[in-house]
Design a protein around this ligand. Structure first.
Ligand SMILES: C[S@@+](CC[C@H](N)C(=O)[O-])C[C@H]1O[C@@H](n2cnc3c(N)ncnc32)[C@H](O)[C@@H]1O
Length: 226
């Protein structure tokens, strides 16, 4: 007979697994499509243009549909944009990459932060959007704990999404979103910017920019300090 704790953990794991499956619609050509990506891609691109102009090898963690990847890789052809995600999301990413036919988007790699199977390559930039509130906090810790292994000495890290500051939500809509996440799975939820920054600092990264974005999101940029 499973204990209450075990039942809770099992339900939580199932909800986390469900959250990994990209919420999307499918267009005529059967590619997954997340409308939020269409809305936020240009504001994010403006930040990445400023911070990734001198970068070459980007690893995106939790690429989702792959829409961000094709938009950013097309706009910044100097970058090699490596997509990654859990296995379930790779076919959709492949479909976007195949349609876009860009020279700078290698096939996606399977990367589940739980698997502890990190790429051997070192990247000079890491990008991740809307992932930290979907991952559990131990998964977020694992992601940051691996940064030293997968980045170059001066790598930049760009994370887009909602964050709390000083222990508080930054808007009523973020508070409602946070509540809905925690209802789906108690392990999900909007993260405290200061707690994430502490993980980054422990990994040797210093915060170099914190950009307000539309819809109460932020793009946080850190750089590895040698
Ligand atoms: C809300 S979606 C965001 C997708 C995309 N980055 C975007 O902005 O549209 C959350 C993403 O986090 C990924 N994710 C969740 N848990 C993960 C894990 N343990 N390892 C790697 N990726 C994970 C999901 O597979 C999904 O692609």
């Amino acid at each position: 007979m499973p204990s209450e704790w075990t039942k809770h953990r099992t339900a939580d794991a199932a909800a986390l697994a469900a959250a990994r499956r990209v919420v999307h619609t499918r267009g005529m050509n059967a590619k997954p499509s997340a409308p939020a990506c269409e809305r936020n891609r240009d504001p994010i691109l403006a930040v990445l243009r400023a911070h990734f102009a001198d970068r070459r090898d980007v690893l995106e963690i939790g690429s989702g549909t792959g829409q961000h990847a094709v938009h950013f890789a097309a706009a910044m052809p100097q970058l090699v944009w490596q997509t990654s995600d859990v296995a379930d999301n790779l076919p959709g990413i492949r479909a976007w990459l195949a349609d876009a036919k860009l020279p700078n988007t290698p096939p996606p790699i399977e990367l589940d932060v739980d698997a502890n199977d990190w790429p051997a390559k070192r990247y000079d930039a890491i990008f991740s959007a809307n992932t930290l509130h979907i991952m559990s906090w131990p998964q977020v810790e694992r992601l940051f704990g691996a940064l030293g292994r997968i980045t170059t000495d001066d790598a930049k890290l760009a994370i887009y999404g909602p964050f709390n500051y000083d222990g508080a939500h930054t808007s009523a809509s973020n508070a409602a979103f946070d509540a809905s996440l925690r209802q789906r799975a108690p392990a999900m939820g909007i993260r405290d910017m200061e707690a994430v920054d502490a993980l980054a600092r422990a990994a040797g990264f210093a915060l170099i920019d914190d950009v307000p974005m539309p819809a109460n999101n932020r793009t946080l940029i850190w750089q590895r300090q040698g």
